[in-house]
Design a binder for this molecule. Structure first.
Ligand code: ADP
Length: 519
């Protein structure tokens, strides 16, 4: 496994996997928390409605107790017993109280009401309701016999007037059915309403709906136009099951707050993961770069050692031969001297390149910008290089698109151009042709050096300007180098406000274009 792959795996194992596990765990527990809080909240709403129901229940129970007592009170015939009279006076929702007199064979209903005009009608309604509720009456009797007194609503003919019945101890008969006819909506208004208002404060909207038509019959906040379907929780009113109590929190509900928090947490977690991933990618990239650089440096040392060793071996071999005086022919001697000279030049070239590079990289090389007439400068370099190029079998052409003068350091420019020429020679095969073009666009002057050699793959094009980088495939021995040339060229250009670009295709050749600012 390569070093970079190993580092990638280590980074993923140490940072990414735990972070992702943590995120998944947190996200799943977030929704669990949300559910739990919602449940608790729902229970609380239930408790509130429960308390309202309890209070209403207690109220009608107290009415029942008072009515039971009043039954035993002395009172003038035709008039209401005093405590019942009081009860009806104080509670306007009670339309009438009634008791079924069973002293006669067929029970007659005795109805007490403050408004005598209603009596006859009310009596009929109560009678009809009682006839239908025999089962419930039997049940209440059973309770009463075992010592419990319960009050319950029975279905009514008229939805606005509901009947509540209970069993009392009769005077003659042991048990008698008694009850109230109650204006349900008035009851809600007078008894339930104040409780709802007490609870509501600024936190809840409490409403009562008629279940038959979903009409709202009471609201703690008239401005609130909520319908029964949209309330947070509804519960039947125990006393009058055809009405529903409904509760909705004011403003942002706890669920909304919890949800908001959950979403914020979720975004934070996802954001954190994204940041982590980006950081890991960046870290990995820089590590990869460092590893690559280390690898390139190692290659560089090997390359340079090889580069230096070859000329040194040649020089020492020919110098030794000459020293021994074995070479007699003057022609041979001359050839050997020339080899020694050439190899010494090559050595100097390598050493200079390395020194140059280290100086430029350290920023120690001072450049002096001056106008450079590109065609003159290039022709001058080529005049010294002409022999070398022809000797190697190269032909070259110069095309001057327009007369161009750039601003740059002459020495540095020569170095840049020679580097490109050298590479063109080094990386050419059979087609030994170099095309040089000079020109300018609006801001920059350019020189391009095109060869028809081995070319560079797209992947390698990204790296050839990195220091020490050499394309590893191909015959290294045939084209030796340090991997410093293009890096040096790029640095020199950048220091002068210029740049370099390459256009190349594997097997077809390369075109390097150098740009420098116009004067
Ligand atoms: P060196 O030539 O000493 O190896 P450079 O920095 O000059 O170093 O070039 C880096 C790499 O770019 C070279 O190893 C070579 O593979 C590639 N390269 C440079 N110039 C050319 C060219 N004209 N044609 C093909 N490949 C090239």
């Amino acid at each position: 496994m390569s070093a970079t792959k190993r580092i990638a795996l280590i980074l993923i194992a140490i940072f990414l996997i735990p972070a992702l596990f943590f995120s998944v765990y947190e996200i799943s527990s977030l929704s669990k928390d949300e559910k739990m809080i919602e449940q608790i909240y729902q229970k609380q709403l239930e408790a509130i409605l429960f308390s309202v129901n309890q209070i209403s229940d207690a109220t009608v129970n107290s009415w029942m107790a008072k009515a039971s007592i009043s039954q035993k009170e002395e009172h003038t015939k035709g008039e209401l017993p005093p405590s019942l009279n009081n009860l009806l006076l104080l509670n306007s929702s009670i339309q009438a109280a009634f008791v079924v007199d069973t002293t006669h064979e067929k029970g007659t209903i005795q109805l007490y009401s403050l408004d005598s005009s209603q009596s006859a009608n009310s009596k009929n309604l109560v009678e009809a309701a009682l006839m239908k509720s025999n089962e419930k009456i039997q049940q209440l009797l059973k309770y009463r016999k075992s010592g419990f007194q319960k009050i319950e609503s029975i279905p009514s003919m008229d939805p606005t007037f509901q009947n509540l019945i209970f069993i009392i101890d009769g005077n003659a008969n042991p048990w008698q059915v008694a009850g109230f006819t109650i204006d349900a909506e008035l009851f809600i208004e007078n008894v339930v309403g104040p409780q709802l208002n007490k609870i509501s404060k600024d936190q809840f909207n409490l409403n009562v709906f008629n279940k038959a038509n979903n009409n709202r019959v009471y609201a703690t906040d008239q401005r609130d136009t909520i319908s029964i379907q949209n309330t947070s929780l509804t519960k039947d009113l125990w006393v009058f099951p055809n009405y529903s109590l409904a509760i909705t929190p004011k403003g942002a509900s706890l669920q909304q707050l919890v949800r908001q928090r959950t979403t914020t947490n979720l975004y934070l977690l996802v954001g954190l993961d994204v940041v982590l991933i980006v950081a890991l990618v960046l870290a990995f990239r820089s590590v990869k770069k460092e590893v690559q650089l280390a690898q390139n440096k190692a290659d560089f040392v090997a390359n340079v050692s090889h580069e230096i060793r070859t000329p040194l071996a040649l020089i020492s071999m020919f110098a030794e031969t000459l020293e021994m005086g074995r070479v007699t022919s003057e022609e041979k001697k001359k050839e050997y001297y020339s080899i020694i000279n050439k190899e010494t030049h090559r050595l100097t070239g390598i050493v200079n390149k390395i020194l140059n590079f280290s100086q430029t990289e350290a920023g120690k090389k001072k450049l002096h910008a001056q106008p450079i007439q590109l065609h003159l400068e290039i022709r001058e370099v080529l005049s010294t290089y002409d022999f070398h190029l022809r000797n190697k079998g190269f032909v070259y052409s110069i095309e001057e698109i327009n007369d161009t003068t750039v601003l740059g350091d002459k020495e540095a420019f020569t170095e840049i151009f020679i580097n490109l020429l050298d590479n063109a020679v080094k990386y050419s095969n059979e087609t030994k042709k170099i095309e040089i073009r000079i020109g300018n666009d609006e801001k920059m002057g350019f020189v391009s050096v095109r060869d028809f050699g081995v070319g560079i793959s797209k992947a390698d094009q990204k790296h050839i300007f990195d220091k020490f980088y050499r394309v590893s495939s191909g015959d290294l021995a045939k084209s030796r180098g340090t991997g410093l040339g293009l890096s040096l060229v790029k640095q020199l250009l950048e220091q002068q406000g210029g740049r370099i670009s390459v256009d190349s295709e594997l097997g077809k050749g390369s075109n390097f274009i150098v740009y420098l600012p116009l004067v």
